[in-house]
Design a protein around this ligand. Structure first.
Ligand code: URA
Length: 208
């Protein structure tokens, strides 16, 4: 099966999922969208009201900001893959509960395995914590890190502040914009250092 067929099949299964209570309170499941051959996968926290309405990730104010930042590094939404830790909107946009995140985790793992991106960019603290636990986003934002995830093997992660949080916080906005500009450099660093990093990998390695 092609990547597209595998993802289509996975998306269909996600829309039929009722593993946690979020599905009963949302309008649409938001599996994710973008290029199946994307080098970069962005992972947010969970759908908001607009995303729930349309069944698409990052289509509200935060999504507009994300699209602007992508344009600033000559990318379009269609060039990358955009998904979330949870695929159903938590009521009143509350943080997803640990059991909801756990219930959705296998979907995210399968998405990552199919797309097989070179770089996973986490958006916000909750997404970061899923892959880089016990870290502080204020300390590791804008630093590419290789980490061995048991279900995925070694992967490179790049933690960013969430665009929604940065939208209304001038300081954070500046930091996010600056970190975002480094993404092409991170990709180049991955291409150059891939084999040596895999061999020398211990736990977590700062790439740039
Ligand atoms: N915030 C997220 O984390 N994900 C979305 O899809 C939209 C807003």
């Amino acid at each position: 099966m092609s990547k597209k067929e595998l993802l289509d099949e996975l998306n269909k299964k996600m829309t039929e999922c009722s593993q946690c209570i979020l599905r009963s309170g949302c309008k649409n499941v938001v599996p994710g969208e973008g290029s199946v051959t994307a080098e970069i996968m962005f992972i947010g926290e969970g759908p908001g009201a607009k995303e729930d309405e349309l069944g698409r990730p990052f289509v509200g104010a935060a999504g507009k900001f994300l699209a602007e930042m992508l344009a600033s590094i000559n990318l379009k939404r269609e060039d990358v893959y955009i998904a979330n830790v949870v695929k159903c909107r938590p009521p009143q946009n509350r943080d997803p509960l640990p059991e909801e995140v756990s219930a959705c985790w296998p979907w995210l793992l399968q998405q990552i395995k199919i797309i097989d991106p070179k770089l996973i960019v986490t958006l916000g603290r909750h997404s970061m914590e899923r892959f880089l636990p016990n870290q502080k986003i204020s300390a590791i934002h804008g630093k590419a890190m290789r980490r061995n995830i048991s279900e995925l093997g070694p992967r490179v992660f790049y933690a960013l502040y969430h665009p929604a949080a940065a939208l209304y916080n001038g300081g954070m906005r500046g930091v996010l914009l600056e970190d975002f500009q480094k993404i092409p450099k991170v990709l180049k660093a991955i291409e150059k250092s891939n084999s040596t990093l895999i061999e020398s990998e211990k736990k977590q390695e700062k790439l740039i």
